[in-house]
Design a binder for this molecule. Structure first.
Ligand code: GLC
Ligand code: CA
Length: 568
């Protein structure tokens, strides 16, 4: 089972601009994070992943870095950072940095030099090409709408940006760039950070020569993500980073890798690959997209069978070969309880059920800030209340294409990244205790009901349920290392699986909807001797375990011993 500390950890993700403001300017900051470390320690998490806090002009909330070795002035100073790291360690927790190696900000001094002239020594730090037939060098489309190429009038050439035009891609074909990046990663490791989340790492290598993307019939296509995702050379580059830098430190690494299945993921995380510990996969994030090619904004109802199929595949292929990173939400996704649960009538039980699902899978569980109190999506009426660059670009593009306002706003309400970015709801005071000033993005109007203060006070809250789940992980190795097996594969309402390690077996029963289906378990998976580890409803006395009538969004986890005649 190859035990590792990072397999046993639970990670909590902080989106710092929205976590806690300490000085009333409406923007979360490092002193704010420090003031909430006791809360996180109480919750029981081991590792904090903090989204980018480097110097940045903030066109993409810090994912556009203008100095890798300085702190964003809105967030504080390097002294604040050092204090934060010390305080995290003092509480027995660890810190994972979010590092953007695919691109920088257009305000990074490297780019300022690079764009200055064609013969600038830093010209080749980025990707510059001449236009073609009066347009961009090829037909690739950016993740944030429009061409990946931006014409720079200064030298009359285009630079490549897979994300916004304020995020020019670094040229990983240039060995000098690689050296500089390695040096910088080392610099953070020497400071004592405990891991990295590598942003957009699947894209650091692009198809050589930047040819047009063609569909199988040979005609051009703009949906060309495979031209710059998970290419063979990414692995060479990561192995070099590993062997020259990461290898020397006992850290945890996770890569953001969209567009791959578990077999390909093994190329990143397979034992012996010398690349990363785990990656974030995206397959389950597309179960509510109309078609794989339609992008995220075309929302359709999702099916439990799709979810089961995807997760089962990842659980099975990676077992004993690699490691999963399990999540339902992050700063780029809608709120999990709104998307996969029921935030209208069953917010509390459905949030607990989803938490049970993630925490009982094989892999490292990730909690996104506010998920532990069941924070929900927002639906601002006007586009003026949105801040996210992806959302704003989408809105502009759809308006230009003549799509009616209501239709665009409906997609934004379902999928905008700002759903997850509204300020953390701490209490029922001014702006939910997030700031004493005016928050950079509006606080969700349900803050009076949904906030951390209420959750901590209520022993039946989602927060306390998370505490329990985390504590259980520390008590039972089977939760960390057990082998996953899907039961009732064709049931489209109930998700049931077991996890088995030596003679210990977990049984996880999850009712994913608001109906009350009867769960007919195969014989032997549960008995009177099984121990109920956790559940989101009170026990029913005298119920028939072979014919369990489940309540809406009910979740239960049983533990039994497979030793004959043993109590458990
Ligand atoms: C990743 C980040 C996202 C960011 C993008 C560009 O997908 O998670 O927030 O916009 O990379 O850096
Ligand atoms: Ca602040």
């Amino acid at each position: 089972m190859n035990p590792k500390w990072w397999k046993e950890n639970v990670v909590y993700q902080i989106y710092p601009i929205s976590f806690k403001d300490s000085n009333g300017d409406g923007i979360g900051d490092l002193r704010g994070v420090i003031s909430k470390l006791d809360y996180l320690q109480e919750l029981g998490v081991d590792m904090i992943w903090i989204c980018p806090i480097y110097k940045s002009p903030n066109h993409d909330n810090g994912y556009d870095i203008s100095d890798y070795c300085d702190i964003m002035k809105e967030f504080g100073t390097m002294d604040d950072f050092d204090t934060m790291l010390r305080e995290i360690h003092a509480r027995g927790m660890k810190l994972m940095m979010d590092l953007v190696l695919n691109h920088t900000s257009h305000e990074h001094p490297w780019f300022i030099e690079s764009r200055a002239s064609k013969d600038n020594p830093k010209r080749d730090y980025y990707i510059w090409r001449k236009g073609k037939n009066g347009g961009p060098p090829n037909n690739w489309e950016s993740y944030f709408s429009g061409s990946v190429w931006e014409l720079d009038p200064q030298t009359d050439e285009y630079y490549l940006h897979l994300y916004s035009k304020y995020q020019p891609d670094l040229n990983w074909e240039n060995p000098v760039v690689i050296d500089k990046l390695h040096e910088m990663v080392q610099w953070w490791l020497k400071k004592g950070v405990d891991g990295f989340r590598f942003d957009a790492i699947a894209h650091i290598a692009k198809t050589h020569g930047y040819p047009d993307a063609l569909n199988p019939a040979g005609t051009p296509t703009v949906r060309a993500y495979e031209m710059f995702s998970n290419l063979e050379n990414v692995h060479t580059l990561l192995q070099n980073l590993h062997d020259q830098v990461l290898y020397y430190y006992d850290i945890m690494t996770v890569g953001e890798t969209s567009g791959l299945g578990p077999e390909q993921a093994l190329d990143y995380v397979g034992d012996g690959r010398r690349e990363l510990n785990m990656t974030f996969q995206f397959e389950h994030m597309f179960i509510d997209a109309a078609s794989p090619g339609s992008g995220k904004w075309d929302v359709v109802p999702w099916s439990l069978l799709d979810l089961k199929q995807i997760i089962t595949n990842w659980q099975t292929v990676l077992h004993d070969q690699g490691w999963n990173a399990n999540y339902l939400c992050n700063h780029d996704q809608p709120r999990s309880v709104s998307r996969f649960g029921n935030d209208l009538y069953y917010r509390v039980p459905s949030a607990k059920m989803l938490a049970t699902f993630i925490h009982m899978l094989e892999g490292t569980p990730y909690i996104y800030q506010g998920e532990e109190i069941g924070m929900t999506n927002v639906a601002f009426e006007s586009i003026d209340n949105y801040r996210d660059v992806e959302t704003l670009n989408y809105y502009e593009e759809r308006r230009r294409a003549g799509v009616p306002e209501e239709k665009i706003m409906a997609a934004i309400h379902a999928k905008s990244r700002d759903n997850a970015r509204t300020p953390m709801q701490w209490d029922d005071s001014h702006e939910g205790g997030f700031t004493t000033g005016v928050p950079w993005l509006k606080v969700n109007s349900n803050v009076m009901e949904i906030n951390a203060m209420n959750a901590v006070k209520d022993p039946d809250s989602i927060y306390h349920y998370y505490r329990q789940l985390i504590a259980l992980r520390k008590q039972h190795k089977v939760i960390v290392y057990g082998k996953y097996e899907l039961l009732l594969p064709d049931d489209n309402e109930i998700y049931v699986y077991t996890r088995t390690l030596e003679d210990q077996q977990l049984l996880v029963i999850l009712n994913f909807f608001d109906k009350e289906p009867v769960c007919q378990l195969p014989s032997g998976v549960v008995s009177e001797k099984s121990q109920l580890l956790i559940s989101n409803y009170p026990l029913v006395k005298g119920e028939d375990l072979a014919q369990l009538k489940l309540r809406p969004y009910e979740a239960r986890v049983y533990l039994q011993s497979l030793k004959e005649g043993a109590a458990n």
